[in-house]
Write a protein that binds this ligand. Structure first.
Ligand code: MF3
Ligand code: CO
Length: 296
């Protein structure tokens, strides 16, 4: 009979698959049993190849150090009157100087090194010399780095000059949504538990969360399993297991959740109602006790 489980039984006295050098029964046997139990109940569980070992986590941390330094550099230099093309140049130069490669550049044909999404742009805005930052704008700068084969991904919001109070609140609540996501990322619970808590906070403030685009596993690849929704029911989605790495990046809209794609560039996503959208992104590692933010 075919063994369809992602966690087939291993001899108790064999060496553990994790590379610890210990016997399986003294290492990951109980861990695998827990996952197999959820799988047998019909739940979605992570494939073993998604789980990051300590040296993988070190690799992601090194990539994330570059990613966060790039965002710090953008924070230092961003100002009214600057074009989003200039942000792209800062990202490219800072990343490559530190030995990294911007992950967006050439990714599925994406033409630039970073996504810059202004006001009613939800995500995947393409930097351009024609887009000039002006007083009252809000912008998401989404940076992703490849270093030594490992991927990191995070984004921050920047406020330019005098942003109106309503829009400032949107940016603040979008950040709180991520903090709530972090607090609800715990092993042996489900991604849907986390996503539901995030969504609830946006709803409590009269906002909506984009449904069609979410977070993703990250580390070995730019986008890997699982897909992470922030409009989800408790108990749904993949089981969170120590060693999983994924992003928390809800797109919070001031108005309705509907979006559309730019019909010319086929990348930029806008809110259907033209109201602003805000997004912060972190990359987290599920640990034994909760999670650790690897990149922010
Ligand atoms: N950085 C985005 C994310 O968080 C992905 C952008 S894909 C790109 O998933 F090609 F537009 F860069
Ligand atoms: Co991402």
């Amino acid at each position: 009979m075919l063994n369809r489980t992602k966690y087939p039984k291993i001899d108790r006295n064999a060496l553990c698959w994790c590379g610890s050098g210990r016997k399986y029964k003294q290492c990951h046997m109980a861990f695998d049993d827990k996952i197999r139990l959820a799988e047998m109940k019909g739940r979605e569980v992570p494939a073993k190849k998604l789980l990051k070992k300590e040296d993988d986590v070190e690799g992601i941390r090194a990539s994330a150090a570059i990613n966060m330094a790039v965002l710090d550099e953008v924070a230092d230099q961003i100002r009214i009157g600057m074009s989003t093309e200039e942000i792209d140049r800062i990202v490219y130069e800072t990343t490559t100087k530190m030995g990294g490669k911007p992950a967006p550049l050439g990714y599925e044909g994406f033409p630039k090194s970073v996504c810059t999404s202004l006001n009613d742009e939800v995500c995947h805005g393409i930097p351009s010399p024609d887009i000039i930052l002006k007083d009252g704008d809000i912008i998401n700068v989404d940076v992703s780095t490849i270093f030594n084969g490992y991927y990191s991904d995070s984004s921050r919001m920047f406020l330019l000059g005098n942003v109106d109070e309503e829009t400032k609140k949107l940016v603040r609540v979008a950040k709180e949504c991520v903090e709530i996501g972090i607090a609800n990322t715990k092993p042996w619970q489900y991604l849907g538990d986390m996503g539901h808590a995030v969504h609830q906070h946006a709803l409590d403030n009269g906002y909506s969360v984009v449904r069609q685009i979410g977070g993703h596993g990250c580390g070995f690849e730019f986008h890997e399993d699982p897909w992470v929704s922030y409009v989800s029911s408790p108990g749904s989605g993949m089981l969170m297991v120590p060693g999983m790495v994924f992003t928390i990046e809800p797109m919070v809209n001031m108005g309705r959740d509907e979006i559309y794609e730019d019909e010319k560039n086929h990348w930029t996503i806008y809110t259907e109602d033209g109201k602003p959208s805000a997004q912060w992104e972190v990359e987290v590692l599920v640990t034994e006790n909760g999670c650790e933010v690897l990149c922010s």
